[in-house]
Write a protein that binds this ligand. Structure first.
Ligand SMILES: Cc1cc2nc3c(=O)[nH]c(=O)nc-3n(C[C@H](O)[C@H](O)[C@H](O)COP(=O)(O)O)c2cc1C
Length: 198
């Protein structure tokens, strides 16, 4: 698949089939992620792949307990798009353990060496994570970025034995799509380009 077609249709796929994704394909996604650029090639990324059912169940229960009240407190969706997003997020939460694999993309505070900053860490992680989801799309896999890990940091740290200096940045659901891929909706290019100044 052409890379532009992959980016054009790389929507957040919150409905995933239960079919297992081969470990080799998950490793290929991490390979794609690690082709990304990072400041001075510092590569402060780590990838924790969760594909064991019991582990996913345990973490899913913790995430659902933490996120339930947050989801209940959401204001009413102001349009159908937002409502579909809320519904999709609820579905993903409810089916956390059935998602074939979760990839927790983590960062290390390693750049610049003399005074590492969080900004540099995130500037490493998100190009890699975006490579990962575009590669997944090209392989016919659906993904969704989530912030689910932020609600259960202690559980994740302990259950996954994360070293203190490894910081979870984004938790990506991966599986075969159970809905159609479609074009992403974004602001038109003409509205965001500023030639030679604002
Ligand atoms: C850092 C980050 C965190 C996100 N967290 C969530 C999340 O917790 N739950 C969710 O359903 N979608 C999450 N998303 C996905 C966005 O909501 C989604 O990409 C956006 O609404 C645009 O929709 P589209 O990608 O389908 O076009 C996240 C995206 C990013 C970049």
């Amino acid at each position: 698949m052409d890379v532009f077609d992959a980016m054009e249709t790389c929507i957040a796929m919150r409905y995933l089939k239960e079919d297992l994704v081969p470990k080799g394909d998950l490793e290929r996604l991490v390979h794609a992620a690690t082709r990304a650029s990072s400041p001075a090639n510092s590569q402060g990324w780590e990838f924790i792949i969760l594909d064991e059912r019991d582990l996913k169940t345990e973490i899913g229960i913790a995430v659902a307990a933490a996120m339930g009240p947050l989801m209940d407190a959401l204001p009413e969706a102001e349009d159908g798009t937002k409502q579909r997003m809320y519904d999709g997020t609820q579905h993903l939460l409810k089916n956390f353990a059935k998602v074939p694999a979760w990839i927790l993309v983590c960062g290390r505070l390693n750049y610049p060496p003399e005074d590492p900053s969080e900004a540099m860490m995130y500037s490493t992680i998100f190009p890699a994570a975006q490579n990962l989801i575009v590669a997944a799309r090209a392989m016919g896999l659906g993904t969704t970025f989530t912030s689910f890990h932020t609600t259960v940091e202690g559980v994740i740290q302990k259950r996954l034995d994360l070293p203190d200096d490894v910081i979870p940045c984004v938790m990506v659901a991966v599986g075969y799509p159970d809905r159609q891929f479609m074009p992403v909706r974004r602001r038109p290019t003409r509205d965001v380009i500023h030639w030679n100044g604002w």
